[in-house]
Write a new protein. Structure first.
Lengths: 278, 638
C-alpha cells in the first residue's frame, strides 16, 4: 500500500480538481436567509454569460426564465438536501447534493403497471406523440456533375425525354453510391441522405410521373414518386409496447417533477429584476 | 455474502434508475418512430455503409465518475439515437446529423462501477476510508484516493479491500442488458463491450506517471462472459488475447481494437513481443485472430502517421497529439506508435516470419467520457467532463475574459492536452445489414474505414481485369465484388498490375470532397517504403504526373465567419487507378485517404463565438478525412 501511495501524482487530475472545486465555490457566495433564494444581478449576469458561451447567442426572455428556474431548482434542492443531512460536512458541494436529491426523488420503480384501459385513456390524450409522419417511396436517376460538367443539365433533360418514351429508368443515369430506390421514408431521412432542398422538393412532387431535374448535395436527379403514405395516427394495439414504455417513462418523470416542485415550493423565491419597472 | 448481494441490488437499481433529468428539450419531431424504423430492409449483397461509435465511457468508468459524469449506458444509446443528454457541466448534448447505426459502450473494466458504488450510501465500498476520502471535500484526500485506484489499474496490483468482483459482475451485466435492450436488428446495433486499460511503465522511476498506452476495446459478437478480463488480471495484452481465445472456444466470440497508439511510447506496434522476444508466426496469428482492426482516430488524436515519419506527405500533420497520458512527456514517434509504419513493418514481417501481425483494418471512434461523442467542429465539447467543458478550459479562448492572446500563459492542461484534441471520429462498416452478426463479421474481414467525424462514403476495390467502363456501369459494385476484393482484402499477384477502384461520395452535412489519395507501403531490398499518390482531383483538376499531386482547387475558409467556398469541391469522386510503380515481385499494401475541402477547426469556432482571435498556437482550419482499410498485394507466385 505504501508503494502505491508513492505512485507519482497525476498532474492533470491535480489541476483538474482545482477547476472542479473552483467551479463549485464559484457558484456559492450569496448572502441571504435560509428560506429565500435570491437571484441577484451578479447571478443573472453569470447565467447569461455561461449561456452565451455555450450557445453563442444572448438568452431570450424565455431562455432566461428557464435559466432562472433551473438555478432556483438547483438551489432549492441543494438546500433541502443539506437540511436532510445528506451532507457530512458544511462544505459539501451543492451541485452534487442536488444531484443526490434528484436521485432520491426518482420514482421509476414506483410507477404501477397500467391496465389496458388506463393505457388506452392515456394514449387517447397523447395520440399526437405517436402520429406517423408522411412517408414517400421513390425511384431516382442520378447525374454526376463530375462526369458531365457543363453538360449536366442537358444530360438530365435528355434522359427525362427517354423516360417519357418509356425507357427503363434503371438503364439511365450514373452509378449512385446510395440507394436508387427508397421505400416509405419520412422527409427527415431524405434530408439526411440528400440535403434539405432535395427533400423539400420531392415531398411536393405528384405521384407517378418523372420529375424535372432536381438538385441535391450530389448533383441532379430525376425522381418518380411511387407511393405516398399519408401522415397517420398510430393504432393502439399494434403499438401497445411502445405506448406502455412511453407511459411508464412519462409517469416516472411526472412523479419526479412533482416531487421536485413540492420541494421548490417550500421556498420563497425572490428574483431581482435587472430591467426595472416590470 | 447477503450484504454483498444487497450491494449489487442497490447498485443495479442506481445504475438503472439514475438517468438524466429530462428537461423537456427532447425533439418534438413528428417522426416519433425509432430512427430508421421505416427503412429496415433485408440483406443487401452489395452491402450498405453503417456509421457507429465503438468507444464510449459512462459513469461506470472510474475516471468519468470523477469527471462528474453521472449519465449511463442507456443515456449513451439515447444520444446515439438522436436524443438530448446532459453534459456534466449542465448543457445539452445532441448528435449532429442522423442517428448512429451501431454503438458499443466501453467502460474501463478495472474497478467497473466501483466509484458509483463508493458514492452510494449503504454499500460496503462506501464504508472504506478510501471512499470517504474520494468523496470528501479535501482536495488532497480526493487525489490520494483517486491515485490509489489509478495506480492499481496501471500496475495491475489489486487493492483487495477496494475491489468487489460482485460489483464488477453486476455492473457488467447491466452493461450487457443495456446493449440488449437497445438492439433492434435491422435498424440499430449495439454490442456488449468494455475497455482493457493497460499502460506500460516505459520511463522508469524518473519518468513519473509517463507510460505507454496499450489500451484496447473488447467487443463481443453476441454472448459475453460473466466477467471482463481487465488489467487486474494481467497488464500484458498477450494474456488478453489468450483469454479471448479461450472465450471463443467457449462460444463468446470477440475482437479487440487497440487505440491511441500515438501515445504508446513505441509499444503498440513494436517489433518484438511484450517481453522482448522476437516476433513469431504464432504471435502474429494470435494477434490477427484477436485484433483485426485498429481505432486510428479519436478525440485524443489521429495515429495515421507523423510528419517526421512521412516527410513527403503534406497532410501528415493532421491530428498530431503525442503527450503520454496524464503527462507532459512526449511519446516516442520514431517507431511503434503510428499505423502507416506498422502496416509497412507488417508487410516486411510477412517476408521474414510468414504471417503479418499488423495486417489490420481501420476504424475511428470517439472515446467520449460524457456518453456522447463530440464529432462536429461547429459544436465541440471534447471528452473529459468538467475538466474540458468550456472553451477557456480547452485553450481555444483566452482565460479570464481576455480578448487577446498577447502575454497569455495557458494552463498546461489546456496547452499540452485539451487544445490539441480533435472532434473525431466514426467507425464505418460495409455490411449486408444492420445486425450484430453482419457488422461484426464485416469488422473481422476488415471491410471498414475510419473518419474524422464526417459521414462521407467510400468504396475501395482491388482486382485484375477491372476496366474503365466499370466506372459507369450500374452493376459496378456487384462486378467489383465478383472480380476483386473490397477494402480489407488480399490479392495474390498474377504478374499484371492490379486495378484499384476508388469511389467516394460527400456527406451532405459536411464539406465537399477535395481529392482521393492512395497510400502505398512496400518492402524493397529489406527496407520498408511508403509513397502517397493523388488519384482523383475535384473541380476538373488532373494529377500532375511529375509531382503526383492535384492542383490546388482554390477552396477557402473565411475565418471571420467560418463560411466555406460554395463553388469548390466535388460531390463525388471516382477513379480506376493502377500503380505506376507496380513490380510483380513486390509485396505491398494500399489504402485510400479521402480529403474534404478545409473547414474551421473547433477551436476557431469557439473563438469566433467568444469574439476573440483563434489561439495562434493551433491550426485554424482542418480537412475532414477518411481512411480505408488497406488491400494487401502478395507477389506473383513464380
Amino acid at each position: 500500500m505504501k508503494k502505491l501511495l508513492r505512485e507519482p501524482l497525476v498532474h492533470f487530475l491535480a489541476v483538474g480538481f482545482l477547476v472542479f472545486f473552483a467551479n463549485y465555490f464559484w457558484t456559492g457566495g450569496q448572502s441571504v436567509d435560509d428560506q429565500t433564494i435570491a437571484v441577484s444581478d451578479s447571478v443573472l449576469a453569470r447565467l447569461d454569460d455561461s449561456w452565451i458561451r455555450t450557445t453563442g447567442r444572448k438568452p431570450s426572455a424565455e431562455d432566461r426564465n428557464g435559466l432562472i428556474a433551473q438555478y432556483v431548482q438547483e438551489e432549492a434542492l441543494a438546500r433541502e438536501a443539506q437540511r436532510l443531512g445528506l451532507a457530512e460536512g458544511d462544505e459539501i458541494i451543492k451541485r452534487r447534493l442536488a444531484q443526490k436529491m434528484r436521485f432520491m426523488v426518482d420514482r421509476e420503480e414506483a410507477v404501477d403497471e397500467p391496465s389496458d384501459s388506463e393505457l388506452e385513456t392515456w394514449f387517447a390524450e397523447n395520440r399526437d406523440k405517436f402520429n406517423i409522419a408522411e412517408r414517400r417511396s421513390f425511384n431516382h436517376v442520378y447525374f454526376s456533375p463530375e462526369q458531365h460538367g457543363d453538360g449536366l443539365e442537358g444530360k438530365a433533360s435528355a434522359a427525362l425525354l427517354e423516360l417519357q418514351r418509356g425507357t427503363n429508368w434503371q438503364s439511365l443515369g450514373d452509378p449512385f453510391m446510395q440507394k436508387r430506390t427508397y421505400v416509405t421514408v419520412p422527409q427527415g431521412e431524405v434530408t439526411r441522405a440528400f440535403g434539405p432542398d432535395f427533400a423539400q422538393a420531392i415531398f411536393a412532387l405528384p405521384k407517378g410521373q418523372w420529375s424535372k431535374p432536381i438538385g441535391s448535395a450530389f448533383g441532379l436527379h430525376l425522381v418518380r414518386i411511387e407511393a405516398v403514405d399519408q401522415a397517420a395516427q398510430a393504432d393502439f394495439s399494434a403499438n401497445r409496447d411502445r405506448i406502455r414504455d412511453a407511459y411508464m417513462e412519462t409517469m416516472a418523470e411526472t412523479e419526479r417533477q412533482e416531487e421536485i416542485e413540492r420541494i421548490v415550493g417550500r421556498y420563497d423565491v425572490v428574483v431581482s429584476n435587472p430591467e426595472s419597472g416590470k | 455474502m447477503t450484504r454483498n448481494l444487497l450491494v449489487c441490488v442497490a447498485l443495479g437499481a442506481l445504475v438503472a434508475g439514475c438517468t438524466a433529468i429530462d428537461d423537456g428539450n427532447t425533439s418534438d419531431d413528428s417522426e416519433i418512430l425509432a430512427p430508421g424504423e421505416s427503412s429496415a430492409e433485408g440483406a443487401n449483397p452489395n452491402r450498405n455503409v453503417y456509421f457507429g461509435d465503438l468507444h464510449i465511457h459512462t459513469r461506470n468508468s472510474f475516471d468519468a465518475y470523477i469527471f462528474n459524469v453521472r449519465t449511463t449506458p442507456d443515456d449513451a444509446y439515447k444520444f446515439g439515437l438522436g436524443e438530448t443528454v446532459k453534459h456534466p457541466a449542465g448543457y445539452d448534448l445532441k448528435l449532429e446529423g442522423p442517428p448512429l447505426d451501431f454503438m458499443a459502450v466501453t467502460d474501463h473494466a478495472a474497478y467497473l462501477g466501483h466509484l458509483p458504488a463508493m458514492d452510494t450510501e449503504g454499500t460496503e465500498l462506501s464504508k472504506l476510508d478510501m471512499a470517504k476520502d474520494m468523496f470528501s471535500d479535501d482536495n488532497d484526500k480526493i487525489l490520494a484516493a483517486f491515485q490509489l485506484i489509478g495506480g492499481s489499474i496501471r500496475n495491475g496490483v489489486k487493492i483487495e479491500e477496494a475491489f468487489d468482483p460482485k460489483v464488477t459482475a453486476s455492473v457488467w451485466k447491466d452493461t450487457i442488458d443495456a446493449a440488449d435492450k437497445y438492439y433492434k436488428p435491422g435498424k440499430f446495433t449495439t454490442f456488449a463491450a468494455y475497455e482493457y486499460t493497460a499502460v506500460r511503465v516505459t520511463r522508469g522511476e524518473e519518468g513519473g506517471f509517463a507510460g505507454g498506452n496499450l489500451h484496447r476495446n473488447v467487443v463481443f459478437r453476441g454472448s459475453a462472459p460473466d466477467m471482463p478480463f481487465s488489467t487486474l488480471d494481467s497488464t500484458n495484452p498477450e494474456d488478453l488475447w489468450t483469454w479471448m481465445d479461450e472465450q471463443r472456444e467457449a462460444g463468446n466470440e470477440s475482437l479487440a481494437m487497440p487505440h491511441n497508439s500515438n501515445v504508446s511510447d513505441g509499444e503498440m506496434f513494436k517489433m518484438e513481443t511484450y517481453d522482448g522476444a522476437p516476433l513469431t508466426k504464432e504471435y502474429a496469428e494470435q494477434r490477427m485472430r484477436n485484433e483485426p482492426i485498429v481505432e486510428m482516430t479519436q478525440v485524443k488524436g489521429t495515429s495515421e502517421t507523423h510528419p517526421s515519419l512521412s516527410p513527403n506527405d503534406e497532410w501528415a500533420d493532421f491530428g498530431i497529439y503525442d503527450k503520454l497520458l496524464s503527462s507532459p512527456v512526449a511519446s516516442k514517434t520514431d517507431t511503434g506508435d503510428y499505423v502507416r509504419q506498422a502496416l509497412a513493418n507488417g508487410v516486411k514481417l510477412m517476408e521474414t516470419i510468414g504471417v503479418n501481425p499488423f495486417a489490420f483494418g481501420l476504424i475511428g471512434s470517439s472515446d467520449t467520457h460524457v456518453v456522447g461523442g463530440s464529432f462536429d467542429e461547429k459544436n465541440f465539447w471534447s471528452k473529459v467532463g468538467i475538466l474540458d467543458a468550456s472553451p477557456e478550459q480547452r485553450g481555444s479562448v483566452p482565460p479570464g475574459g481576455a480578448k487577446t492572446w498577447e502575454g497569455v500563459k495557458l494552463d498546461p492542461n489546456a496547452d499540452l492536452w485539451f487544445s490539441r484534441w480533435g472532434a473525431s471520429g466514426f467507425a464505418a462498416v460495409w455490411a449486408e445489414e444492420n445486425t450484430r452478426e453482419s457488422i461484426f463479421d464485416a469488422m473481422r474481414r476488415k471491410e471498414t474505414y475510419a473518419t474524422t467525424g464526417t459521414r462521407l462514403k467510400v468504396r475501395f476495390f482491388g482486382g485484375f481485369g477491372f476496366n474503365e467502363a466499370m466506372l459507369d456501369d450500374p452493376e459496378m459494385v456487384s462486378k467489383a465484388y465478383a472480380n476483386g476484393v473490397p477494402m480489407g482484402g488480399d490479392l495474390i499477384g498474377n504478374g499484371e498490375a492490379p486495378s484499384f477502384l476508388v469511389w467516394a461520395l460527400r456527406d451532405p452535412m459536411s464539406a465537399p470532397l477535395q481529392r482521393l489519395q492512395v497510400v502505398k507501403v512496400w518492402v524493397e531490398g529489406g527496407q520498408t517504403k511508403e509513397k502517397l499518390f493523388d488519384v482523383a482531383c475535384s473541380d476538373g483538376g488532373t494529377v500532375d504526373p511529375a509531382t503526383g499531386r492535384c492542383p490546388d482547387n482554390g477552396a477557402k475558409v473565411d475565418l471571420s465567419n467560418c463560411a466555406i467556398s460554395q463553388d469548390k469541391g466535388a460531390p463525388e469522386l471516382k477513379t480506376m487507378w493502377t500503380d505506376p510503380e507496380y513490380k510483380s515481385d513486390q509485396r505491398a499494401s494500399y489504402y485510400v485517404r479521402v480529403l474534404e475541402n478545409p473547414v474551421c477547426r473547433w477551436s476557431t469556432w469557439d473563438a469566433l463565438r467568444a469574439n476573440v482571435p483563434p489561439n495562434p498556437k493551433l491550426p485554424k482550419t482542418i480537412q475532414e478525412r477518411a481512411w480505408t482499410s488497406p488491400i494487401w498485394l502478395a507477389p506473383s507466385e513464380a
